[in-house]
Design a protein around this ligand. Structure first.
Ligand SMILES: [Cu+2]
Length: 235
């Protein structure tokens, strides 16, 4: 008991960056805001929730990744669901196939490239992502299948709700780069932010521009174009 009391006292007095991982909540604040996407013809964005918002410590130093997780991206009707996931470095993403035919999930995104080979209904192969970065996930059979795994070296990340609002909790006060990425925007936006002890609420939406978006063709796992019957396969 004596030891526990000591820890609490130190948590109150210690400088934020010095706090151990045992008590991050004691000195952590939050970053909140809204993501908005400019669309052609001012249409409403159907998929703001696919955005990924994350912080990197501008000073380097005390940044560390979150606890690895295992999560599923289900393949159904030749689609990945969800088609965007964000996970800490060291996490495993499994790709269960619920279609009555085979898929071949792969990625050519170095250094997270992998190839799960062909597998059929009821099987769930996965991959452990041990490098930070954006990973494009494809199927070698069906060129239209696309998913994105955002592998985070930082533990401060979130995805917005359908209305674009987000909150990243557990952020020690300090100076950060705030990154906002979305699959339909070529370049993520980055802005510098100072997070005070009371937390930071961004007054202006972080605005992304998807007006120029066009789905890019990609190569199959052999680095070749898909056969011209892609999309018209029997399955
Ligand atoms: Cu497929």
């Amino acid at each position: 008991m004596r030891h526990l009391q000591l820890t609490v006292v130190m948590g109150v007095l210690a400088a934020p960056g010095v706090l151990s991982q045992n008590a991050p909540a004691a000195a952590a604040s939050h970053v909140s805001g809204t993501v908005a996407i400019l669309e052609k013809h001012n249409k409403t964005s159907p998929d703001i929730g696919d955005a990924v918002v994350y912080l990197t410590a501008a000073s380097g130093g005390n940044e560390s990744g979150g606890r690895p997780v295992t999560m599923d991206v289900t393949i159904s009707d030749k689609k990945f669901a969800p088609d965007v996931v964000v996970v800490p470095v060291g996490s495993t993403v499994r790709f269960p196939n619920t279609d009555p035919f085979s898929h071949n999930v792969f990625s050519a995104s170095d250094p997270n490239a992998f190839d799960l080979g062909l597998y059929g209904r009821g099987e769930a192969k996965g991959h452990l992502f041990d490098h930070a970065g954006l990973v494009y996930i494809y199927c070698n059979v069906h060129s239209s299948m696309v998913a994105y795994v955002q592998v985070m070296g930082s533990r401060w990340f979130a995805q917005p709700g359908a209305d674009g609002s987000f909150t990243i909790a557990g952020v020690p006060p300090g100076h950060y780069s705030l990154h906002v990425w979305h699959p339909r925007v070529a370049q993520e936006t980055v802005q510098e932010v100072d997070v005070p002890a009371a937390g930071l609420t961004l007054l202006q939406p972080v605005q992304l521009d998807a007006r120029g978006f066009r789905q890019q063709a990609h190569k199959n796992k052999f680095g070749k174009p898909y056969p011209t019957n892609a999309g018209r396969e029997l399955y």
